[in-house]
Design a protein around this ligand. Structure first.
Ligand code: G6P
Ligand code: ZN
Length: 542
């Protein structure tokens, strides 16, 4: 029996870069999650009786929302729900399951790399039938619906046992609790040369993987230790916890410092990696060599043909605008197109669907390919392992060889977190207003060549996305980009992306901060960060 619950709109349900993200206490308000989910069900395209995938990163509040979403799906005409056992599905695994089983879409419950727990963050993202995040046309309709919603629907049914695999029914609708790992692991076996990696492990290839008490634990245990033969203990923090052990499950040099310190020590294994709350991001660190995400994209693209899934070559490489241009040089050498999109994985979806790009990546620690429609942390780890196994090179050697051939894009991102929104907005407004005057001006040794607000026209559907970050390009391929984060839940986060290109033959072995010092100084002068925010140093440098 379908029940109709009266409700009134919340005016703060506009999906951000990656779905709706709020504090748990906001999500836990009566009707809050229900309004959003009902708004999704009201506007998305689907036939009656289609399949909905539901999974999350296991964080606090996950199970509550899953149970509610299942009852609501039953009332909204879905024929089947596929849900990961324990409520778990990594974001890339959810994308794969949507595609593999022909679902009309999926709800991914996650706040990615943000902390979890009763006082921390929660999120809901809707993915469409191609397995990717809903594009802006869809999230716009969802948002509009949240502003006028007056009822949500569910059925009166008990909680589903999420911990036992199998099928139950709620009225006409089947609820299938699936193994969250099996389909994904099988896909990885198709793409990568597991035999070569297994042989390298037998020959002494060692690694450490930090699952950060988040969703990739079960995947990493099965794939790395179970199928590839790395010894037990290779996966650290491999049990998902509702509060991620009190940490930020963000694989960067601040939050994965234990791994970083290990990789810089005398006891370092050959290869180190970590993934985030929902398993779509990755951190790559070789023994005594950190690889920044922009370089990782370029190096993976340059060597992808060594993996069976990419043996025929790449169709194109796409990167988000703030990501360094390292990948563009690889595309040029391979004679394939390079695309520059706004921040957010959803912008890659059309390029992947149209077969225009094969590999995509972002500076925010996301890399992936056309195998799913999300970025994929373990995929990046496995491609690295495949390349290391086949070439027999160390990470450091591979990086040095890459830079010797393509030159090196020294790169860093400075984050200023939890700034008052008005101050951040004022900074960006003043910066935008100053753009026409910047070309030709000098800042220390740097001369501005061009300055603009990035706007993107999707080459597939012609849609235009404006105001996607401010770019100041200096002569010689150096650059600073300013952007406000679209994923924060507190105030505003200013991101300053700094890049300096050193051509092949130049200094390939310098320290990044020293190479970027002039650009950091120019960024301060151009944007007045201290003047606007009172901050004299970033909170996080990645
Ligand atoms: C999420 C998206 C990424 C995007 C990132 C940007 O993780 O999935 O595709 O790069 O957000 O975050 P920001 O905080 O910079 O908006
Ligand atoms: Zn994530």
């Amino acid at each position: 029996m379908i029940r109709t619950h009266e409700t009134t709109p919340f005016n703060d349900q506009k999906p951000g870069t990656s779905g709706l993200r709020k504090k748990v206490r906001i999500f836990a308000q009566p009707n809050y999650a229900e309004n959003f989910i009902q708004s999704v069900f009201d506007v998305v395209e689907r036939d009656a009786g289609t399949t909905l995938v539901i999974g999350g990163d296991g964080r606090y509040h996950n199970r509550t929302v899953i149970q509610q979403a299942i009852r609501m799906a039953a009332a909204n005409g879905y024929g089947r729900v596929l849900v990961g056992q324990g409520g778990i599905l990594s974001t890339p695994a959810a994308s794969h399951v949507i595609r593999k089983y022909g679902a009309s879409g999926g709800l991914v419950l996650s706040a990615s790399h943000n902390p979890g727990g009763p006082e921390e963050d929660f999120g809901i993202k809707y993915n469409i039938a191609n397995g990717g995040p809903a594009p802006e046309s869809v999230t716009g309709r969802i948002h509009a619906r949240t502003l006028e919603i007056d009822r949500w629907l569910d059925v009166d049914a008990p909680d589903v046992d999420l911990d036992t695999r199998g099928v139950t029914h709620i009225g006409e609708m089947a609820v299938q609790v699936i193994d969250p790992v099996a389909d994904y692991a099988a896909l990885m076996e198709e793409l990568f040369d597991f035999d070569a990696i297994r042989a390298a492990v037998k020959d002494g290839l060692t690694m450490a993987f930090d699952a950060m008490h988040a969703v990739t634990g079960p995947y990493a245990h099965e794939i790395l230790e179970g199928r590839l033969g790395f010894p037990a203990g290779t996966v650290h923090n491999g049990t998902p916890l509702e509060d991620f052990g009190g940490h930020h499950p963000d694989p960067n040099l601040v939050h994965a410092k234990v791994l970083y310190d290990l990789m810089m020590s005398d006891n370092a294994p050959a290869f180190g990696a970590a993934s985030d709350g929902d398993g779509d991001r990755n951190l790559i660190i070789g023994k005594h060599r950190f690889i920044n995400p922009s370089d990782s994209l370029a190096m993976l693209a340059a060597n992808a043909h060594l993996a069976p899934g990419y043996a025929d070559g790449l169709k194109g490489i796409a990167r988000s605008m703030p990501t360094s241009a390292a990948a563009d040089r690889v595309a040029e050498a391979l004679g394939i197109p390079a695309y520059e999109t706004p921040t957010g994985w959803k912008f890659f979806g059309n390029l992947l669907d149209a077969g225009m790009a094969t590999i995509c990546g972002e500076e925010s620690a996301g890399t992936g390919s056309d195998h799913v429609r999300e970025k994929d942390g373990l995929w990046a780890v496995l491609l690295w392992l495949n390349i290391l196994a086949v070439t027999g090179k160390s990470v450091d050697q591979l990086a040095r060889d890459h830079w010797a051939r393509f030159g090196r894009n020294y790169y860093a991102r400075h984050d200023y977190e939890a700034i008052e929104s008005e101050k951040a907005d004022a900074l960006m407004a003043e910066l935008s207003a100053s753009l026409p005057d910047l070309p030709g001006r000098t800042f220390g040794p740097l001369t501005v060549a061009e300055a603009d607000s990035f706007s993107y026209t999707d080459p597939v559907d012609g849609s235009v996305s404006e105001n996607q970050g401010i770019r100041v390009l200096f002569e010689g391929g150096n650059r600073v980009v300013f952007r406000l984060s679209g994923t924060g839940t507190q105030g505003a986060t200013l991101r300053v992306y700094l890049e300096r290109y050193e051509p092949a033959g130049g200094d390939m072995d310098a320290e990044t901060p020293a190479m970027l010092a002039d650009i950091v100084a120019a960024a301060e002068e151009i944007a007045g960060i201290a003047r606007h925010t009172g901050r004299t140093a970033p909170d996080v440098v990645t």
